[in-house]
Design a binder for this molecule. Sequence first.
Ligand code: AMP
Length: 182
Amino acid sequence: MKKRLLFLGPPGAGKGTQANLLCSKQSLLHLSTGDLLRAEVSAATPLGIEASEIMNRGELVSDSLVLSIVEKRLASHSNGWLLDGFPRTLIQAEALEILLDKIQQPIQAVLLIKVDDDILVERLLARGRADDNETVIRNRLEIYKEKTSPLVAHYNKQGLVQTIKGDGDIEAIASRIQESLC
Ligand code: AMP
């Protein structure tokens, strides 16, 4: 079973939901940069204050800020991990590779969760987070296409990408994910 994983897919694809299920089942570290950033925002730390306006517009926070919150957490967990919402740019992917080389823990699989755009917007509007109004959602989808989707080709070159159909019920998607990791 592969235990060093990365979820790729647009906002609303269900990465967080599936990551929670898989990580509790397999005792993996769930590293969601979105969750970590929201915790900083709630605690009103200097980092959170810097990030919150950017997040509310649906833009990406700076690579250096995200890397600083990822680095210390990854190194301290040995049973495997699942990265959710990181990396989101090629620069982040390259920085991650350097970090993983250093700790000798290469990625074993990149799961690309695919869902049609109209379903994504519907799901995100139903979720109702601070950055889930229609204008911001459209912006996040555009940013995903422009900055994050090039990572699919990047990881395809390394033979790591497996595509998962992200529609249907939660359990069915979880089984597809589970099967792809054996
Ligand atoms: P998420 O919960 O993954 O949808 O992330 C929510 C927001 O947090 C994003 O729209 C970005 O503003 C910010 N964010 C999360 N992860 C990253 C990342 N890896 N790089 C830059 N910004 C991020």
